[in-house]
Write a protein that binds this ligand. Sequence first.
Ligand code: SF4
Length: 197
Amino acid sequence: MKFDAITEPLDLRLAEGLTRLAAVARQLDWESAESAGLSPTQADILRFVASRPVGVRLTAAADHAGVRKATASDAVAALERKALVRKHADALDARAVALRTTTKGQRSAEAWPISFRSVIEGLSAAEQTLLFGLVVKMIRQLQHRGLIAPQRTCVTCRHFRENRSPGTNTPHYCALVGAPMAEHHLRLDCPEHESAA
Ligand code: SF4
């Protein structure tokens, strides 16, 4: 086949395509941050803190944003000045500090546009389900290789029973909820997550 000889390997073209999609999503995120008067790191940390109402340590926020602790500390200071985030005593350790959003910060984070949504909207429900399974798999691989901070996903949770009923529409099971799960039910950021590690 002539095209076998003149076509780049599939993995390279996939990597190129995903890089382009990520660039679009990053650009949309930057535009949203700019219009809210925030830097991309400040916006990332604000949304992360908003997703954890019990509070989050600075180190976790830095890991999530993929920046050094000093950079995260500067971003948090800016968020405090804008009255979007406040420091509190950590509920588990009174000597430690936990970050929480203010009411204004929570509202701002909840209204934040999800940059990738416009990319996903063009896919059918079946395509979204298929893609979701692949995204979960890629996140899991990156987490195993230490390339992204631990995520609160089902596949790393001690309550998750993977493929307990193979060949069915709901092959997985959550022992905490006590219910079977389909592939599209898997969570990427579950508040009840407990690490299996
Ligand atoms: S507790 Fe949450 S993360 Fe854990 S298996 Fe159940 S739904 Fe998934």
